[in-house]
Design a protein around this ligand. Structure first.
Ligand SMILES: Cc1cc2nc3c(=O)[nH]c(=O)nc-3n(C[C@H](O)[C@H](O)[C@H](O)COP(=O)(O)O)c2cc1C
Length: 371
């Protein structure tokens, strides 16, 4: 059996605090503190404690050359080697962990970015764990818990030194911007028209042109900017309430301006799935359409390999698309939202996305406003 070290791992020191009767009995605070190292292991989607011996052994093992496990155990503590195997920090050739590790290697992730991405995905998180009670946040109690926030503006000079600028004259675009707002009340009694649904998708995600700057290299022209013109973001849809479109999961094809059906759903199943996607934020869940913004890592990392800024570029694209979606909805008199509090792992499974190929970074929604 041959093994090698996994390609990407990082270690973080952590202090764990536990309740302890012994501490109370000896006059202490009742809390016992343990320090440990946590290995962040993106190819396993895991965070696991490791000891100093395991870390030291791992540091001596090549991530590129396979070595016989018996040879490794002859020169290191066999127990520590077994622990590294159990944690998949040592990867066995042709195992499932090897498949995942190879996929991660093939994507050309910058290691710190891979750690951040795979350590920030949620599965099965609901309103309780999400802990974002909207009425508390907006209703003022938040300052009682956290103290006052930093001021809204970072002022660099006294007010009298500021060079006042002319206010821009009113314009249709200015009016549109002013009307943009997050909608948290959708009217389930009304259906979104097919024309509005199609207009939203085309204006936000549609390809205006396809450019071929070199043989085999296709770049899209969309209404938003994108690093390298690569447009790695795909739109996966959960349709609940659109005239002429059955509830279910779809993928939007931006060049053909067409829907690719993925899974048909009953209205009840679609509603429950929508609620779960946005971590039980029920005020968002009945949006007529939800759009999962999923980045295709290989597309951007094909050009920006092992690049310090590549993951940031993916995230920036999500911001451009979500703001454009808000503005497109506003112009049509529709409501819109964006949220990053989403169950990425469950969304991947619902749409059949391989997390090493593409991954959701946010969910938007749009539909008819209530009231
Ligand atoms: C990255 C990001 C994450 C957000 N997450 C949530 C969310 O989880 N739930 C929600 O109701 N709104 C969410 N919002 C919307 C903001 O709460 C909203 O933009 C903000 O309150 C300002 O309101 P406005 O958009 O109406 O101007 C998010 C916005 C952004 C940009």
């Amino acid at each position: 059996m041959r093994v090698r070290r996994c390609a990407t791992v990082m270690f973080a020191p952590q202090e764990r605090v536990e309740f302890s009767f012994e501490s109370i009995a000896s006059g202490g605070s009742g809390l016992q503190k343990h320090t440990e190292w946590i290995a962040l292991i993106p190819h396993q989607d895991a965070e696991t404690a490791v000891d100093a011996v395991e870390m030291e052994i791992l540091g001596t093992i090549s991530p590129s050359e396979w070595i016989e496990i018996d040879a490794l155990k002859a020169s290191h503590s066999p127990e520590a080697v077994d622990a590294l195997l159990d944690k998949h920090l040592l990867v066995v050739e042709d195992s499932d962990a090897d498949t995942r590790d190879r996929k991660l290697r093939a994507r050309h992730w910058r290691p710190a970015s891979a750690i951040m991405h795979y350590a920030s995905r949620w599965r099965g998180i609901g309103a309780k764990q999400n802990n974002e009670d909207l009425s508390d946040t907006l209703g003022g109690q938040i300052a009682d818990w956290l103290g006052p926030p930093p001021p809204p503006i970072r002022e660099r000079v006294e007010a009298h030194v500021r060079m006042r600028l002319p206010r821009e004259p009113a314009s249709p675009f200015e009016n549109l911007l002013r009307q943009r707002t997050t909608c948290r009340e959708f009217d389930s009694a009304r259906k979104l028209s097919l024309a509005q649904f199609a207009a939203m998708l085309f204006r936000v995600f549609g390809a205006r042109a396809v450019d071929e700057p070199a043989p085999g290299v296709s770049l899209l022209k969309r209404n938003v900017p994108s690093a390298g013109g690569l447009h790695p973001t795909e739109a996966y849809l959960l349709v609940q309430n659109v005239d002429g479109i059955a509830p279910g999961l779809y993928h939007y094809h931006p060049i053909d301006h067409a829907l690719e059906p993925i899974k048909a759903m009953s209205a009840e199943e679609a509603a429950a799935t929508a609620n779960h996607f946005v971590s039980s934020q029920s005020y968002l869940a009945n949006a007529h359409v939800m759009v999962v913004l999923a980045s295709r890592f290989e597309r951007t990392f094909w050009r920006y390999r092992n690049h310090t800024k590549a993951y940031r570029a993916l995230i920036l694209d999500i911001g451009h698309l979500s703001q454009t979606l808000y503005l497109a909805a506003t112009e049509l008199g529709l409501g819109a939202f964006v949220t990053a509090a989403v169950n990425e792992v469950d969304i991947e499974q619902a749409f059949g996305l391989d997390p090493f190929e593409e991954g959701p970074l946010a969910v938007c929604g749009f539909g008819c406003r209530a009231g």
